[in-house]
Design a protein around this ligand. Structure first.
Ligand code: ZN
Ligand code: ZN
Length: 395
């Protein structure tokens, strides 16, 4: 399998240029019209059956070969972020205020490079479904594709995806079984009391005091209700109330972000946050309106498919460049919803340390996908597809 890297490296120039073209023309979630058209056209040219418009601007390319029963899904995301690029690269964003600062341009290019090789020279038997997803950045493009029948139209026995990872050496692959990325929930709270004169608090019902007490009480949830060995975050990131020192306001608002790496912990956080706010508010005679919005789920890698994905990496790179059991990541990822429907694995590909040894993180205006990964990432997808869709997948 090691030969695949040199094979894909020989063909990488075309896809490095394509990656830079996508980088120069970034599009926000559900507006990836140019990008998805480019993807769809390429796939069609290479002989894939192509469906456009799945989940808004999503694209699926399907290639069947032989009479194999196995069905594989590989997903890449295509959207950019509302950030003004400052990388100074020759191929910097041409779209004001929009930038590929999360490397999804690279994800798209790696999967396209694999798509072309698999169509022209791939040795596989079965059904290959390449899923190009819109709107990963907070807008839930994965859910839209699932709602549009992604896995009913394109059933998959397993689904895989990768994210580039700054701070991990370039070209290294990292894996983790089980909960790997955090859930992300948002809670909006309005506390309504009775406004009045700041000098006559006994004639008012003060929502600021109630809110302050709630903020402090919320701190006890992680420390008292969650197993210390598990990850949980409750942050009150916004608290607004009042206009003058001598006025007690009618109401205050606050917003929380809530993260967990375990679905049970996530449920505990929701029930405790809700109960605590309600009972605290009641004790102050204040009315609490709570809007608890569940965002992305905990991303859970299934054991068998993660072992399979590790095995492909070991065959391709050897043990020195494969991190078998990496740490969990506190960010969130809507591929979690695909993994709720279908077993699979989300893995990380090292983007290196940036220029001058500094780590430039994703969502930073200087961030750039590492083009050396076009060959490695595409070779990995080819290796994974050929092994998964071989006549004897365990061989
Ligand atoms: Zn991102
Ligand atoms: Zn991303």
């Amino acid at each position: 399998m090691k030969l695949l890297i040199s094979e894909l490296a020989r063909r990488a120039d075309e896809f490095v240029a394509l990656r830079r073209d996508i980088h120069q023309n970034p599009e926000l979630g559900f507006n990836e019209h140019r990008t998805s058209e480019l993807v769809a056209q390429k796939l069609a040219t290479w002989g894939y059956e192509v469906e456009r418009g799945l989940g808004g601007t999503g694209v699926v390319g399907q290639l069947r070969r032989g009479d194999g029963k196995a069905r594989l899904g590989i997903r890449a995301d295509m959207d950019a972020l509302p950030i003004e690029e400052q990388s100074g690269k020759s191929y910097s964003s041409g779209n004001h205020g929009i930038m590929h600062a999360c490397g999804h341009d690279g994800h798209t290019a790696m999967l396209l490079a694999a798509a072309k090789y698999l169509a022209e020279e791939g040795k596989f038997c079965g059904t290959l479904n390449l899923i190009f997803q819109p709107a990963e950045e907070g807008l839930g493009g994965a859910t839209r594709m699932l709602d549009d029948g992604l896995f009913e139209k394109y059933p998959c026995d397993a689904v895989f995806a990768a994210h580039n990872a700054p701070g991990l050496p370039q070209g290294y692959l990292a894996f983790r079984t089980g909960p790997t990325m955090a859930s992300s929930d948002r809670v909006m709270v309005t506390l309504s009391g009775v406004g009045g004169h700041g000098a006559m608090p006994h004639k008012a019902i003060d929502p600021i005091v109630a809110g302050a007490s709630i903020v402090m009480a919320l701190q006890t949830i992680v420390s008292r209700n969650v197993d210390p060995a598990l990850v949980a975050v409750v942050t009150v990131g916004m608290f607004h109330g009042g206009t003058a020192c001598n006025v007690i306001p009618d109401s205050v608002t606050m917003e929380l972000t809530v993260r967990a790496l375990d679905p049970d912990v996530r449920n505990t956080l929701e029930s405790r946050i809700t109960a605590l706010i309600r009972s605290q508010a009641e004790s102050f005679g204040v009315k609490a309106d709570i809007d608890y919005k569940r965002g992305y789920a905990v991303l859970v890698n299934s054991p068998a498919e993660t072992d399979f994905a590790r095995g492909v990496a070991l065959d391709l790179l050897g043990p020195e460049k494969v991190i078998l059991h990496g740490p969990p990541v506190s960010g969130s990822e809507d591929f979690a919803f695909m993994l709720e429907k279908c077993p699979g694995c989300y893995l990380f590909i090292g983007n290196g340390f940036g220029e001058a040894g500094s780590i430039c993180e994703v969502h930073n205006p200087h961030y750039d996908f590492n083009d050396a990964n076009v060959a490695i990432g595409s070779a990995y997808w080819v290796g994974l597809a050929e092994k998964f869709l071989s006549d004897s997948p365990t061989a």
